[in-house]
Design a protein. Structure first.
Length: 321
């Protein structure tokens, strides 16, 4: 396995990374901040693609791997620059890591995009002001994917954290013909409170056209503010939507230093009052997200913990489609 996958796993698979870097951004003025150059999705360098000649695809929108950084001249940039090698590195590491962990034999497509910095989520007003830019990028990438890369195949839509919020917007905007080709949508690490005809909660392991959502915590007090009460929630261990517990055993990985991992036997159950996934028995090092995280919230582990189950489930839903 490559060094990028090792780095990705060492950060507990999809942790949000606080990144401060000088960059040779090619900015344009907006009046509020400087914005990096718009990605050109006809350029293959603006994509991470694993074409396995499979009959179905995964379209993945990655999580937040960017922090505010200072530009030459002293201005602060709040968006990833997809043309800067230093800022692309953590984006690539996540996309390559997720592909290696969950894709199996499926094709994998993930666009680089001008994601918001982690600091953009310190307040609702900042998030609302900055999210339209990354949403616009991924919207254009998804349309390019459908027109030029997908070739009519059924697909899984997947997103994690910031990427899951963006993915939900793609799901709501889909025309019916496109939605009918969607195997399932995996909205990992966010709450879903809204209703929409295309947001159909998954109720078992093999239903299709549905949305899968979960958020893992040690107990309900560890949820990030406002993340309780998701109307879409499922246990990714037993694929049930009730409180029936399931046992998850994580084996140490040869890709990670021994000091960072233990063999854990955990009991996983849904809390019906909040829709949170309660994880009992997790003893490995707890990565706490900078700025917005709290102890006992396993947001940074949402793919790593359930990686084998997600890979098997994506294959099962694709086969059932």
């Amino acid at each position: 396995m490559s060094q990028t996958v090792r780095s990705f796993l060492r950060l507990s698979s999809v942790s949000l990374v606080f990144l401060i870097a000088w960059t040779s951004c090619q900015p344009r003025k907006t009046g509020l901040t400087q914005v990096p150059k718009e990605p050109d999705y006809q350029d293959t360098a603006q994509w991470y693609i694993s074409d396995r000649q499979a009959a179905a695809d995964i379209f993945y929108v990655l999580s937040t791997e960017t922090g505010d950084y200072v530009l030459p001249g002293g201005d602060t940039c709040h968006y990833a620059n997809t043309y800067s090698d230093s800022l692309r590195t953590p984006l690539y590491a996540e996309m390559h890591g997720v592909d290696s962990l969950v894709s199996g034999q499926l094709n994998f497509y993930a666009p680089y995009y001008r994601q918001c910095s982690l600091q953009s989520f310190e307040s609702d007003s900042l998030t609302a002001a900055r999210m339209p830019l990354p949403l616009g990028d991924v919207r254009r990438a998804f349309q390019h994917y459908l027109k030029h890369l997908n070739d009519g195949r059924p697909f899984i839509l997947a997103g994690y954290s910031q990427g899951a919020y963006i993915m939900l917007e793609l799901l709501k905007e889909m025309d019916e013909a496109t939605y009918q080709r969607m195997i399932a949508a995996y909205a990992i690490g966010i709450p879903i409170r809204e209703s929409h005809p295309h947001i159909v909660p998954a109720t078992r392991a093999d239903d299709t056209g549905v949305t899968i959502c979960y958020n893992s915590v040690r107990d309900t007090t560890c949820a990030m503010p406002g993340w309780e009460k998701s109307r879409v929630a499922i246990n990714p261990v037993n694929w049930r939507t009730d409180s029936t517990p399931a046992v998850l055993i994580t084996e140490p990985s040869p890709l990670l230093p021994v000091v960072e991992q233990k063999k854990d036997t955990m009991k996983i159950r849904l809390d019906m009052a909040t829709g949170l996934l309660i994880v009992d028995g997790f003893t490995a090092q707890d990565y706490i997200l900078p700025l917005i995280g709290r102890e006992g919230n396993y947001h940074s582990r949402e793919i790593w913990l359930y990686r084998d189950l997600l890979r098997e489930n994506m294959a099962l839903r694709a086969a059932s489609f």
